[in-house]
Design a protein around this ligand. Structure first.
Ligand SMILES: [Zn+2]
Length: 118
């Protein structure tokens, strides 16, 4: 892969990382102990919270958890791709070891496997 393309991928990945972290920060906290882990805050209830409200809050929390999970997974792959860029192994399929198609990487810069192995 040529240098210009690698640079383009790096920019894309860094932008993606930024966006994902900002989105996660809106409702979750970064786990200081476990790298790459985020924790969604559980809703706090007090005596004034009625059952209906509490139910809504829990539902909201559960939705956020699934969003957290998908963002977290994507962020992990983005970080992994950035690491590979540094190590010079970026663009290789993790399963078959072949170079991935440029079209695949442009559509999904954090891809870990080629379209055949996906
Ligand atoms: Zn493959």
């Amino acid at each position: 892969m040529d240098k210009k393309l690698l640079q383009e991928m790096q920019l894309k990945l860094e932008k993606e990382k930024d966006i994902l972290e900002k989105e996660l920060q809106k409702f979750a906290k970064k786990d200081e102990k476990l790298e790459g882990n985020w924790n969604t805050e559980y809703p706090r209830f007090n005596k004034e919270t009625n059952i209906e409200e509490a139910g809504d809050e829990v539902e909201k929390y559960e939705n956020l958890l699934s969003i957290e999970y998908s963002f977290e997974t994507k962020l992990k792959n983005v970080n992994l791709a950035l690491k590979k860029l540094k190590q010079g192994t970026y663009g290789k399929c993790e399963k078959c070891g072949k170079e991935m198609l440029i079209e695949r990487l442009q559509a999904c810069p954090e891809a870990r496997s080629c379209t055949m192995c996906k």
